[in-house]
Structure formats: structure tokens, C-alpha cells
Design a protein. Structure first.
Length: 133
């Protein structure tokens, strides 16, 4: 899933601290602004993935206009996608039985194809995913 959440970024002596008001367990920091934004994306994706996995509530993002901004801080909207995190964490295989016409079964055998790999590759192509193996 894809999400957008406001983050409060606070520059300091040691770098930039990032917190998400809607997700208090989600925070990170970076050496500089670019690093902080990159780390914020990773942290937000992981926090939301964990909530999805544990069937926890995923709060609606608060409008940036409604957030108090501490002095010296500012707001950035961080985009997160839990799909890449899910791909990295779900490498297990599940068994699925399919029914195909007999002539396709013959062609598969004649061409020495692995049906499981073929179907996996076709599904990854369909969903525009790269291999996770």
C-alpha cells in the first residue's frame, strides 16, 4: 500500500530529527536533510508495514495545515510504500494448485519448463515486480 503522512523535521547540531505525529512509534534521524528524508521514508514504510501485519489501526493522516509546528522545525509530506518491505519480509512460498488444459501440460513437458517458476515470473511481470529471490 502507498501512504502519505506529514513529518515534523527538526534540524539540530547532530543532524535532522524526524517524527510522525500520527504514528508516535515512528521516528528517525539523518545526518543532513536529504538523509533525513530518505530515512523518514524507510522508517514510515516499516512502521506502516508492521501495523498492516499486526492488523493494527492505520490512522488517517492529519492535514499538515492542522499540525502545530515547533519553532525551528518544519513539515514535509513523506511518501511510503509497504510493498517493497513486504517483498523483503515475505520470501516464503505457498502451494497453489492450478488446472490447465492438457495441451499446455504437454507443451510444458516438451519444453522442460518449470510451471511454478513460469507462473511466478508471469505474475511478477503482471504486477510490475522484480524478483525477490
Amino acid at each position: 500500500m502507498k501512504y502519505n503522512y506529514p513529518a515534523i523535521l527538526t534540524p539540530g547540531d547532530g543532524g535532522v530529527y524526524v517524527g510522525f505525529p500520527d504514528l508516535p512509534e515512528c521516528f528517525t534521524d539523518g545526518d543532513n536533510m536529504d538523509d533525513a528524508i530518505r530515512m523518514a521514508n524507510d522508517a514510515l514504510s516499516l512502521c506502516l508495514y508492521e501495523r498492516e501485519e499486526h492488523k493494527e489501526e492505520i490512522p488517517k493522516a492529519t492535514s499538515a495545515d492542522n499540525l502545530p509546528i515547533p519553532q525551528g522545525s518544519f513539515i514535509a509530506i513523506i511518501q511510503a510504500d509497504t510493498t517493497p518491505v513486504r517483498k523483503l519480509n515475505e520470501k516464503r512460498s505457498v502451494r497453489k494448485n492450478i488446472t490447465i488444459p492438457a495441451y499446455l501440460d504437454t507443451l510444458i513437458k516438451e519444453h522442460h519448463l518449470n510451471l511454478s517458476n513460469f507462473v511466478q515470473n508471469a505474475l511478477m511481470k503482471k504486477f510490475r515486480m522484480s524478483s525477490v529471490h
